[in-house]
Design a protein. Structure first.
Length: 309
C-alpha cells in the first residue's frame, strides 16, 4: 500500500468515513472485517459472541480511506452485565458512523435479524450484506428472498457475497465508497487498526481457547494480559514475553481449559504463539495461567478491570 496521501495527487478529492459492521451473532462479521482490511485483526470462532469489543479496521484504497468498526453481535436473548456492556458498545458505535453494513446469512432473515434491524438509528444508509453465499447451492433460489427485502427496510444497496473470497471484499469496498464523505483521512495510509499488540495477544489466545473447547466452555470466559514486554532481539529478530490469565467462572471450567494432563492448555498456547509470531513478526514466549473468578461477567467492577468499557 502506498505511503503517500491522496492529497498529494492534484485533482483527487479524498474520502474518509466510518462504517459499522452489525448483525446477530455468528453471521460472519469478524471474517468480513478481516477480509476488507486484508489482514486478521478480529478473532473468529463458531462460538456465538466471540467479538466483545469495538474493533476498528482501516483500509485505504486510492483516494478513499475506509474505517470499519466490527461490533459484538447484539445480545437479544441473554441478560447480565457482560451482555448489557456488549449492547452498549454496539449502540455507541452506531451513533458515530456514516454507513451501516447489516450482515445476515444469504437466504435467511429471521426474528433475530429483525430485532437488530429495529435497533439501527434512522437516517443512516444501510447496506444489506448477504454473507455466506458460498453455502447457497443454487443462486436462483435467492431471487424471491431478495425481492422481499425492500419490504423490511429501505436498504441503500444489496451485496450478496462470501466474506472468504477476496474479490467479494473488493467489490463491497466499491459499493460502500460513494456513501463516504469527502474529507481528509483520519489515519496513516498504511494503518490497519487502532488496537495495540497487547489487545491482539489477548484476543488471539481467546480465539484459540474457544476453538479448542467448543461448547464445553461457557462464552463468558475471558483472557487478561498480565505481562507484555519486549525481550530485546536476537540477530535482528524481535522477542516478546507475554503472560496471560484465562479467567473462568467455576473450578469445573478450569479443568476443561487445562485438559487431561494439561494437554489442552498446552495446545492453546502453542497455536496462539504460532499465530502471534506470524502477525507480529517476532519470537514469542507465552505463559498461560487459569484463574477462577466466580460471577465476574455479572460484576461491573470486574468488567472494567478486564478491559470492557
Amino acid at each position: 500500500m502506498s505511503g503517500s496521501s491522496a492529497t498529494d495527487t492534484p485533482g483527487t478529492v479524498p474520502r474518509c468515513g466510518t462504517i459499522a459492521i452489525v448483525g446477530r451473532p455468528n453471521v460472519g462479521k469478524s471474517t468480513l472485517l478481516n477480509a476488507l482490511v486484508g489482514q486478521k485483526i478480529s478473532i473468529t470462532s463458531r462460538k456465538a459472541q466471540t467479538t466483545r469489543h469495538r474493533i476498528t479496521g482501516v483500509c485505504t484504497r486510492g483516494a478513499t480511506q475506509f474505517i470499519f468498526v466490527d461490533t459484538p453481535g447484539f445480545q437479544i436473548r441473554r441478560g447480565g452485565a457482560l451482555n448489557r456492556n456488549l449492547n452498549r458498545t454496539v449502540t455507541a458505535s452506531l451513533s458515530e458512523v456514516d454507513v451501516v453494513l447489516l450482515v445476515v446469512e444469504a437466504g435467511k432473515f429471521d426474528a433475530d435479524d429483525e430485532r437488530v434491524l429495529a435497533l439501527l438509528p434512522p437516517g443512516k444508509p444501510v447496506i444489506l450484506v448477504a454473507n455466506k453465499l458460498d453455502l447457497v447451492k443454487r443462486r436462483t433460489d435467492l431471487l424471491p428472498w431478495l425481492k422481499g427485502l425492500p419490504q423490511r427496510h429501505d436498504f441503500a444497496q444489496y451485496a450478496p457475497l462470501s466474506a472468504v473470497h477476496a474479490d467479494d471484499a473488493e467489490r463491497l469496498l466499491g459499493i460502500v465508497e460513494p456513501y463516504l464523505p469527502q474529507q481528509a483521512w483520519l489515519h496513516d495510509p498504511d494503518a490497519l487498526t487502532d488496537r495495540n499488540e497487547r489487545f491482539l495477544a489477548s484476543e488471539i489466545v481467546r480465539e484459540k481457547l474457544f476453538r479448542l473447547t467448543g461448547d464445553e466452555l461457557p462464552y463468558t470466559s475471558t483472557v487478561v494480559i498480565d505481562r507484555f514486554e519486549e525481550a530485546g532481539d536476537d540477530e535482528g529478530t524481535r522477542k516478546l514475553r507475554i503472560a496471560a490469565s484465562i479467567v473462568v467462572q467455576r473450578e469445573a471450567h478450569k479443568a476443561i481449559v487445562i485438559g487431561h494432563g494439561g494437554d489442552r492448555i498446552k495446545r492453546v498456547g502453542s497455536e496462539a504463539r504460532a499465530e502471534l509470531e506470524r502477525l507480529m513478526d517476532a519470537r514469542i514466549f507465552l505463559e498461560l495461567w487459569v484463574k477462577v473468578r466466580s460471577g465476574w461477567a455479572d460484576d461491573e467492577r470486574h468488567l472494567r478491570a478486564y478491559g470492557y468499557e
